[in-house]
Design a protein around this ligand. Structure first.
Ligand code: ADP
Length: 479
């Protein structure tokens, strides 16, 4: 390793099967270039000679199967944690990918369905990273699997407190922390319930002016060709933990499975490519029940348990024989986060929804303040406080309350909360099972004028739907 003090440049020569791990500290940026050989970041190949920028907070590993030479240039004077690790579980991960690929080949031959994989384990064991790796490897082979993200704590397809699905047809961008490689969109148009075709019927408009090179999608992408232009499918949950409303969480998981099945029935390539389902770290008690419910809803074939022998044994005991349960070790590079860091990561994710990923320290999207009269909106919270059984009407169970739409009068209590714009056109429709068209934050409430101001990802004067669902999450629009 050679170091040039002034420029903060370091070169790392990686042997085969090793990885360079680094974390970018606050207010720092890392520029990385591969000078020789071949390397990849969580399954996405690096291009030789191209400069990649990683912004503060990024936790990255560059792995090489055959060896490579990397130039790592730190753009600020802060120290950065960087080291080369020779021990990684990558061989086991790639073998898992190879086994899944064999299942896809078999599905192609036998005219059946490809592998449906669910990744489970406690928090911070690398579940999201392994999802990304398996999706990237599949996409590199020309597959188009569906990524289903059920982790409401972080949320990679949309923002936290939602569950989402996305067809992954090309590897994720190296610099982005998320699998999502379509632009973040505020989808307009139809709800999934009112049309026969799923995912592809959304019309999306990217929330940035076309002048800065943004893509404005004015009509649905072609079903057979352009998955990349498709908006992700997102359902509103509203909390950052599934334990806050298990009945709602289960309902949404079942609904997601139903819609994903519709997509697979329609598109053979996706059906053969299968699913990669990422889950949250809630694995005990109700969390375990919820994992079993997820496995059943999606009819998974493979469950990968990361780093938890107990969970592995429980699932082996409880799953039907045709479900393969595999235990894999976690990577020593996975960075553990405490409650604060997790909450900060949620804030960053919401900010990214409105402002896009930073490039060279600059935002790539610009949200818009929009004024809307109270009368144009119907605002709800999902779930009424639990009542004792004795107070409930005959035949009604307490848990039914958890799925109730409770109207909210606009006042300062809803300030700074994040809301989902629901695709249902009337409250007579099944609002809970309708997908989300996008998110807004309420930034002011003027009771005198009966007006609300929202931060919207789109410059359009109105919202694409009138039903707003409140989230626990708040977002303050400050740098
Ligand atoms: P989980 O989904 O289980 O909570 P993640 O996959 O989100 O865990 O991993 C936590 C963090 O660790 C992420 O920021 C990820 O980028 C980072 N990470 C994962 N694997 C590695 C690695 N091999 N080297 C460095 N950082 C890693």
């Amino acid at each position: 390793m050679a170091q040039d003090e002034k420029k903060n440049v370091e070169e790392y020569k990686l042997d085969a099967d090793s990885e360079l791990r680094f974390e970018v500290e606050a207010h720092a940026t890392v520029q990385l270039e591969m000078l020789e050989g071949m390397g990849e970041v969580f399954g996405t190949e690096l291009t030789k000679g191209k400069t990649y920028m990683f912004e503060q907070g990024a936790k990255v590993a560059v792995f090489t199967w055959h060896g490579c030479l990397l130039k790592d240039l730190l753009l600020s004077c802060r120290t950065e944690v960087a080291y080369v690790a020779k021990e990684t579980p990558m061989v086991m991960y790639v073998n898992t990918h190879a086994a899944l690929e064999q299942m896809r080949e078999k599905a192609e031959k036998d005219d059946t369905r490809g592998p449906r994989v669910m990744i489970v384990g406690p928090t911070d064991v690398g579940k999201s990273t392994l999802s990304r790796l398996l999706l990237n490897y599949a996409a590199r082979l020309g597959r188009a699997p569906i990524f289903v993200d059920l982790d409401v704590g972080q949320g990679q397809v949309s923002i936290p407190a939602t569950i989402g699905a996305l067809v992954v047809e090309r590897p994720a961008d190296v610099e982005e922390a998320y699998i999502l490689n379509a632009p973040l969109v505020f989808s307009y148009g139809h709800s999934i319930l009112s049309t026969y075709s799923v995912f592809s019927t959304f019309q999306g408009q990217v929330s940035i002016p076309a002048t800065i090179g943004a893509l404005v999608v004015e009509r649905p992408a072609d079903v057979e060709e352009g998955y990349i232009l498709n908006a992700p499918l997102v359902f509103h949950y509203g909390h950052s933990s599934p334990s806050a409303n298990p009945s709602l969480y289960k309902l949404l998981v079942s609904r997601m499975a139903e819609v994903v099945n519709m997509k697979c029935d329609k598109i053979r390539k996706t059906s053969v490519s299968g699913l990669v389902i990422n889950t949250g770290g809630w694995i005990k008690g109700g969390g375990y029940d919820s994992l079993k419910h997820t496995a059943g809803s999606f009819e998974v074939d493979v469950i990968i348990v990361l780093d938890q022998e107990r969970l592995y044994n429980e699932l082996k005991r409880d799953m039907p024989d045709f479900v393969k349960v595999i235990l894999l070790p976690k990577s020593g590079g996975v960075v553990e986060r405490n409650q604060h860091q997790r909450s900060d990561a949620r804030d960053v994710r919401i900010r990214e929804y409105f402002y896009g990923i930073k490039h060279n320290g600059k935002d790539s999207f610009f949200p818009h303040p929009i004024e809307i009269p109270f009368s144009d909106l119907k605002i709800f919270k999902i779930g009424a406080p639990a009542l004792p059984d004795s107070c409930l009407p005959l035949g009604m169970k307490a848990q039914d309350n958890k799925l109730k739409l409770v109207p909210i009068q606009p006042d300062i209590r809803i300030l700074h909360h994040v809301f989902s714009v629901n695709s249902a056109t009337s409250t007579d429709d099944n609002v809970l099972e309708h997908n989300v068209l996008g998110h807004v934050v309420i930034t002011s409430v003027d009771s005198e004028k009966q007006m609300i101001t929202v931060l919207s990802p789109s410059p359009n004067p109105g919202l694409p739907g009138s039903i707003l669902l409140i989230m626990d999450l708040q977002f303050m629009d400050i740098e």
